[in-house]
Design a protein around this ligand. Sequence first.
Ligand code: SF4
Ligand code: SF4
Length: 450
Amino acid sequence: MKNFDNTSPVIFQTADIDKEIIIKEQTGSWQRLRRLIATFLMVIFAGLPFIEFNGQQAILFDIGAQQLRFFGLIFYPQDLLIFFFVFVIAAFLLFFVSARYGRLWCGFLCPQTIWSFMFFWTQFRFEGNYQAQKKLSKLPWSTDKLTRKGLKHVAWLLIAFFTATTFMSYFTPVKPLYIAIFTGELSALFWGWVLFFAFATYTNAGWIKEKMCEHMCPYSRFQSAMIGDETKVITYQASRGEPRAPRKLNREKPDGLGDCVDCNLCVQVCPVGIDIRQGFQYQCISCGLCIDACNQVMTRFGYAKGLIANVANRASNKLRSIAYISVIVVFTAIFAVWLANRSLIEVSIIKDRNVLYRENLDGRFENSYQIKLLNKTNQAKRLILSLPENEGFTIENNKPILLDKEENKLLLINVTSPEGHSAQFTELTFMLTSEQEKVITKSKFHAKAW
Ligand code: SF4
Ligand code: SF4
């Protein structure tokens, strides 16, 4: 007999792209766990924009102001490194979880799955369960069919609209956004974005569904590189289930048969439309619905649960886990150090290149500079500009610089050399000092070549 346990290679099937998958609604521990996680994540998704910190929206990607606000921290395009750290840490976390627990992300955390299951749930409410939906799809169009399908699409569109407005509230202050929506004062540009995201959600979760995972998401393709014998994957225990055959309830198991009663329920509940009994397939998103379905069948027939189970072929590879965890810890530590030492005042000093230098009547040289300042905090700052390493050089009219919270300022300054200065090029060290920090930046000073 062919071994279909998870030692089998990944099977790549050509899916029927036009076929709509109708699934059977399933209950069970895996389904309950997913609903719990999805509800928790949805509450976070919808609730986060309403959370305030220091009187401002705690999380906001303000594209107009080129800012990312995160609980009092303000990041600017100069802090793009944050995305590098977040992506690297998230990627290695995903590798670690995938290597140990398979496609946990796909089945339980991925927005595509969460929204698809939300849309499936809505479909069950309006069109009934598996049999009713199959029957409805074959019936000619009638008022009843039109009403059921129409109401389902209205519900899908409402969910999509709610998703789009919630998503937009991460990019524009949430209160003005909702006030503008309800008073009809939302600008055409914002309406365009809301409708675009609503359309994307409706099409993805309502129409594309599992095809997104199969044909567009790269993760489903390269997951096999992370999955090994020690990875827990959802597997049909062929050695126990085969030979499969239907049988009557409340009777002794016929001789020579395995535990699989060939009821096909594991296929009917599968949101990607595969038969897990054919072995591990790349389309499987590890949702566990086939486990719930099969466990209920096994219980009814008085057999042990676990004919389809989430199992690994051998103990976990400690070395691989340690390697992943080490990378995550190292990058998290570097990220923390970078965050703690990140300059909260952005300074750039540009030498005026039109006039390299001017010579005063007393023979001293003068250079002009443009200073661009950005206060990356939500507190006003008082800054002192100095040249601590260039004795004799002076900054004309040097007064404390007042920088309001999040203010961008452009200043023009003149620096004068000491008397008798004769070097053609001098490196100037500008230092900006506030109560909490100091920022050092360098520029060149030009004088006449003697
Ligand atoms: S649900 Fe279980 S018993 Fe039914 S066909 Fe699938 S593996 Fe066999
Ligand atoms: S085979 Fe089972 S775990 Fe995989 S997607 Fe289908 S129902 Fe979910």
